[in-house]
Design a protein. Structure first.
Length: 221
């Protein structure tokens, strides 16, 4: 399967979409897609760390083959602290495709933990439905006029408490169009990218790899 044709994918080494672990063990770390028939999840895009043995937050490469002879893009941290973002995504020709950003903790009552920057195009963000108009306005409507410092404190506490909540679907939108969706499940964590939409699938892959590499909890939402 060509990477441009991928619409539904997961990230990892799991070989089968089944409750019981596969007796065949695990395969290469990759963007995996479901086989048309059966429970197998086959590798479609291979993930290689920029530094052997290092986690994705230190940078990684995506390739159409396991040997890396058909590179698709490189993802490299551009901030002072790896893990905080942004992560620049560049094609094999060196041109920038966009960037994956971490949402600051104080803003996670409005946006989910990761979002995409695209040169010359609208950002792809996942906005929490209840927070339309912004968390500050929401809190002020519910509790009257609060001092700015108190509101900021409530936002920070809410962001830190994300890990206690359950997983929910997440939809990233560019303008009014849904371009990437996360589907929680008991098994593989599926993402769906709008193949005919304006989002380069490589940016979707990069976001998913970074998000899935985080410790289980609110940071991945």
């Amino acid at each position: 399967m060509y990477w441009e044709e991928i619409t539904r994918f997961t990230v990892g080494r799991t070989l089968r979409n089944a409750v019981r672990a596969s007796r065949r063990g695990e395969g290469p770390y990759a963007i995996r897609v479901p086989r048309p028939r059966g429970e197998d999840m086959v590798p479609a895009v291979f993930i290689a760390p920029a530094v052997p043995g290092a986690p994705p937050r230190r940078g990684f490469r995506l390739s159409a083959d396991e040997g890396g002879l058909r590179p698709l893009c490189s993802v490299a941290p551009a901030g002072p602290e790896p893990g905080q973002g942004p992560y620049r995504v560049t094609g094999p020709d060196g041109l920038e495709l966009g960037a994956v950003h971490r949402t600051p903790a104080a803003q996670r009552l409005v946006r989910h933990g990761w979002w995409l920057e695209r040169p010359g195009r609208p950002e792809a963000v996942a906005v929490r439905g209840w927070a339309r108009g912004g968390p500050r306005r929401t809190l002020e409507r519910g509790a009257g006029k609060l001092l700015g410092g108190v509101v900021d404190g409530l936002l920070s506490l809410g962001a830190e408490g994300e890990a206690a909540g359950g997983l929910a679907p997440v939809v990233w939108r560019a303008g009014d169009r849904a371009v990437l969706t996360f589907h929680p499940s008991q098994g593989p964590r599926w993402y769906t990218v709008d193949r005919d939409g304006p989002l380069d699938a490589r940016l979707a892959f990069a976001l998913a790899v970074l998000r899935e590499s985080e410790v289980w909890g609110g940071d991945r939402r």
